[in-house]
Ligand binder design. Structure first.
Ligand SMILES: [Mg+2]
Length: 369
């Protein structure tokens, strides 16, 4: 049996010049960081990325000498650790890559093999005004994107609504528009109240008039009942759950019927094995499983593999907001940026694991020592 004989965690930091002005944070982003977990078993290597693995140091013995394929056992241990420390799913990602390398199969096949390509929606995130946003949307439409997501950020939601209206007028009905209200979670500094039910319902009605495909996180992430009531009254889809960290929280959404679209990120929320399990439950309930992917390129890739493996989702998030959020920045840890293929899909290959080989030498200048 091939057992895990090496665990290594490194952190990387890409300077952003010019900086990125994220809609969810008024402070300009001058750096983009990524954490890579590297596992080895004999001649095979697997990689994963995502959160910084805070608290993992000293726990390596729980995995060394273990069979990489004992995934249910590993997921239970990682879940135990994330109760005590930070999120540990990058290590699970590395395990899946390792299993893929050993078995010679891509992860999307190991997880279900439903399809090898998914249509992307361009997920924007920069804090810009209505005219500029409408211009970007037209540019993305002309590039072939069938759908775009707009992120809200204004103190007064009427200003954000004006941006959606400007985009709809600019792109006509040739493009689906998703809207992320970003009321589900808050940054560390943010003590302001999130939207109340009336604001959320008013916005849902206004966005339905503009033929918006889904409204994402219109209420706080634990307001299962409020979301279910909103979903019952709204004339458009309600999406959410990208960052709920406990699996039972996602089951609460299902129990209450809170969401049309379930978005837990496999690296930020469920892990991969449990993300797959949730996708099955969600689809049995007649809802859509289309995870959040906003992170580094390997986070996007992990979510893409899980989605392709089990989900019928019409679109998957593709973080892309030219000119300041480009695949070259997002995917700086990958050997080449992930781009849609000529047919407009994000397409996976039959290469084992994630289907990529990290260029460790090229990454070395970005490694934090
Ligand atoms: Mg979101």
């Amino acid at each position: 049996m091939t057992t895990i004989d090496h665990i290594e965690i490194n952190h990387y930091r890409l300077p952003l010049e010019p900086p990125f002005h994220a809609s969810w944070d008024p402070r300009p982003r001058t750096h983009f960081t990524a954490t890579l977990v590297r596992l080895r078993a004999g001649d095979y290597e697997g990689v994963g990325s995502g959160d910084a693995m805070l608290g993992f140091a000293g726990q390596e013995h729980l995995f060394l000498g273990q069979d990489p394929f004992a995934i249910e056992r590993h997921v239970r241990i990682l879940d135990n650790l994330q109760f005590h420390y930070g999120r540990m799913w990058p290590l699970e990602a590395a395990l899946w890559d390792l299993m893929g390398q050993i078995s010679g199969q891509p992860v999307w096949k190991l997880l279900g093999g439903l399809r090898h390509k998914v249509k992307p929606y361009a997920s924007t995130g920069e804090r810009i005004g209505a005219d500029e946003r409408a211009e970007t949307a037209v540019h993305l439409r002309d590039m072939g994107f069938e759908a775009i997501k707009l992120r809200f950020h204004a103190e007064d939601p009427r200003h954000d609504l004006a941006i959606v209206r400007a985009v709809r007028e600019a792109v006509g009905h040739q493009m689906q528009i998703m809207v992320d209200a970003n009321q589900g979670w808050q940054m560390g500094w943010d003590s302001r109240p999130t939207w109340d039910f009336k604001t959320a319902l008013w916005m849902a009605d206004a966005l339905a008039e503009l033929d918006v495909f889904w409204l994402e996180e219109p209420l706080q992430r634990h307001d299962y009942r409020g979301l279910a009531q909103l979903r019952g009254r709204a004339k458009l889809r309600i999406a959410g759950g990208e960052g709920n960290r406990e699996y039972s929280e996602l089951e609460e959404y299902l129990r209450h019927g809170s969401l049309d679209v379930y978005q837990p990120d496999v690296m930020w929320s469920t892990g991969i094995w449990r993300g797959r399990q949730l996708a099955q439950q969600v689809q049995r309930a007649g809802a859509i499983y289309s995870p959040h992917t906003w992170g580094d390129g390997l986070v996007l890739l992990a979510n893409l593999h899980v989605t392709a493996a089990v989900s019928d989702a019409p679109y998957l998030e593709f973080p892309y907001d030219p000119p300041h959020w480009l695949p070259e920045r997002r995917d700086f840890i990958l050997p080449a940026p992930i781009l849609p293929t000529a047919d407009g899909f994000l397409t996976l290959t039959d290469q084992p694991g994630w289907g990529i080989a990290i260029d460790w030498l090229a990454l070395e200048p970005y490694r934090l020592k």
